[in-house]
Design a protein around this ligand. Structure first.
Ligand SMILES: [Zn+2]
Length: 182
């Protein structure tokens, strides 16, 4: 199962490489099947787009380009031109195929179409007002980046359920430990 805590799909996509700064980050897109599952769980497609190894390579390359743009933005550095052209190349692709039926709608297409949608949303975030809402999770090991849409912009964690509670439990243990020793 993939996780979608970031408030926008391109950032959830970036989060498929967990714990980026660790010596051994966790790769959640290790096979074309995992990429297919990501698209379906994200709600982008009704059924698996049928990813192959080439699709996986291009998805991971786009993911890393999105990350380097986001990381540059967070650090206040200029965005790397090569990553920008990679994202722009995908953003110019065909959109996901939406089809209206008597009883609803279907969303289908290729991996390239899914990547185009992610690239376009990336352009909208980084090229618009939402760029100011980018935050990195306060649990240093996590490295997840999300959009802080909370009132007053005080959201600290990618997800309270995972990172927030983990940090709180650790600081509770630390406090209790120093209290016992005092
Ligand atoms: Zn986190």
């Amino acid at each position: 199962m993939h996780a979608f805590p970031c408030g926008t799909l391109p950032l959830d996509f970036v989060g498929t490489l967990r714990a980026r700064r660790n010596a051994a980050p966790a790769e959640k897109l290790a096979s074309p099947q995992q990429l297919d599952a990501w698209f379906v769980e994200a709600g982008m497609f009704d059924s698996a787009p049928g990813a192959d190894e080439t699709d996986l390579e291009s998805a991971v390359a786009l993911r890393e380009s999105i990350y380097s743009l986001v990381a540059a933005r967070l650090a206040g550095r200029p965005m790397p031109p090569r990553a920008m052209s990679e994202v722009n190349k995908h953003a110019a692709g065909l959109p996901v195929t939406l089809c209206l039926h008597a009883d609803g709608a279907t969303r289908t297409g290729s991996v390239a179409q899914g990547l185009a949608a992610l690239a376009r949303e990336t352009v909208e975030i980084l090229g618009g007002a939402d760029a100011a809402l980018l935050r990195e999770c306060a649990r240093p090991e996590c490295t997840q980046v999300y959009l802080d849409r909370s009132r007053g912009h005080r959201r600290e964690w990618c997800a309270m359920k995972t990172c927030g509670n983990r940090v709180k439990a650790a600081s509770y243990r630390a406090r209790r430990h120093s209290a016992t020793r005092a």
